[in-house]
Design a protein around this ligand. Structure first.
Ligand code: ADE
Length: 342
């Protein structure tokens, strides 16, 4: 995949940026108010009972703060957190030493939890439910299973694909929260906070420019802020104003809604090559040269949120709004045709 500036996926060069900008406590975390309120209650109740937190599942598009929230929960609970991911755990044995080393209340964060193998997932069931780990010793006829006792710990699972989790796994999470794209006011606050931490001189209008083009995703906005700061340093006197931000973002080919070249390619492909759709995800992916999983996880959620595409049983269709944004004439009768095809 091309390394997009507006990609909500993690970039290698985000490292330093991410950690210094990441809020550490719930009070510093902007937006997602309902989730914060629920988490406050969950944490306070568990602490008052001196118990481990229930297992928590966080889902939603990438870059919205699932990992940040998991770290915040650990800080608020005053416990250790270990971080792993679905694809990193190949066989159940990979988990055994981690699980047995967890102390009471500790958190195991499993990113991309939908990518756990069936075998690993099944080994996790007794761990999550009974805090027991069944270890198989030996092979074949001589194999014996012994049950190890685990401390009461908490799994925080994160996924961009709720629908890909099996029902038994979903059911084992006591609390499930869906993260949504941030509204403009929250994005503004986030960019303002990041600018302050990074020491960027930026005026109100400059902040709004970045907030509006950050596609409702803090990780994207923080990255844009960094690039705009570079531009201001080189091309202006280091101060980010509305026009400096707009010029910088135009040069980076990020439009007023935060769409980049690949978003536009996806939309234009539906509109120009497939008559506005509906067209299958695989076909779109092949036409723009991206993985269909990437389109589904990374590009599509924001385009859906903007109301630029619709998901239909027959595939994806571009809406009137998408045509307007692209400046393409809307073919009369397209809506009826799409509706007839659903
Ligand atoms: N940085 C990234 N996400 C954030 C959030 N939700 N609140 C504050 N700062 C952030």
């Amino acid at each position: 995949m091309i390394d997009r500036l507006v990609s909500p996926q993690h970039h290698d060069d985000d490292g330093g940026l991410d950690t210094s900008l990441r809020p550490r406590w719930l009070t510093e975390y902007i937006g997602q108010d309902r989730i914060k309120e629920n988490l406050r209650i969950l944490v306070e109740a568990a602490k008052a009972r001196d118990e481990a937190l229930d297992h928590v599942l966080l889902y939603g598009p990438p870059g919205l703060g699932k990992t940040t929230l998991a770290n915040i929960i650990a800080t608020e609970m005053g416990v250790n957190i270990k971080i792993t991911s679905g694809p990193a755990i190949v066989i159940p044995g990979d988990l055994a030493s981690t699980l047995t080393s967890l102390q009471k209340g500790d958190i195991l964060f499993v990113d991309e939890v939908h990518r756990l193998s069936r075998l690993v997932e099944e080994a996790l069931y007794p761990a999550m439910e009974d805090f027991a780990w069944d270890m198989v010793l030996g092979k074949g006829m001589a194999a014996k299973s012994i049950r190890l006792h685990l401390q009461h710990f908490t799994i925080i699972g994160a996924t961009t694909r709720y629908a890909m989790l099996s029902a038994p796994l979903r059911d084992r999470f006591g609390a499930t929260y869906r993260l949504d794209f941030y509204d403009e006011a929250s994005m503004y606050q986030i960019v303002r906070r990041s600018a302050r931490i990074l020491g960027v001189s930026i005026d109100e209008d400059g902040l709004w420019q970045i907030a509006r083009r950050g596609r409702g995703t803090p990780r994207v906005a923080n990255r844009l802020l960094k690039r705009v700061r570079d531009f201001a340093q080189v091309k202006a006197n280091g101060v980010v104003t509305k026009s400096v931000a707009a010029d910088a973002l135009a040069l980076l080919e990020v439009d007023e809604l935060g769409l980049d070249e690949i978003d536009r390619k996806v939309l234009l492909s539906i509109v120009r090559k497939f008559g506005g759709g509906p067209v299958g995800l695989e076909t779109i992916a092949a036409s723009v040269g991206e993985e269909s999983d990437t389109i589904m996880d990374v590009y599509e959620p924001y385009l859906l949120q903007l109301g630029f595409i619709q998901r239909t049983p027959r595939g994806r269709a571009a809406t009137r709004l998408a045509y307007a944004h692209l400046g393409e004439p809307y073919p009369e009768g397209a809506e009826q045709r799409q509706n007839l095809l659903f």
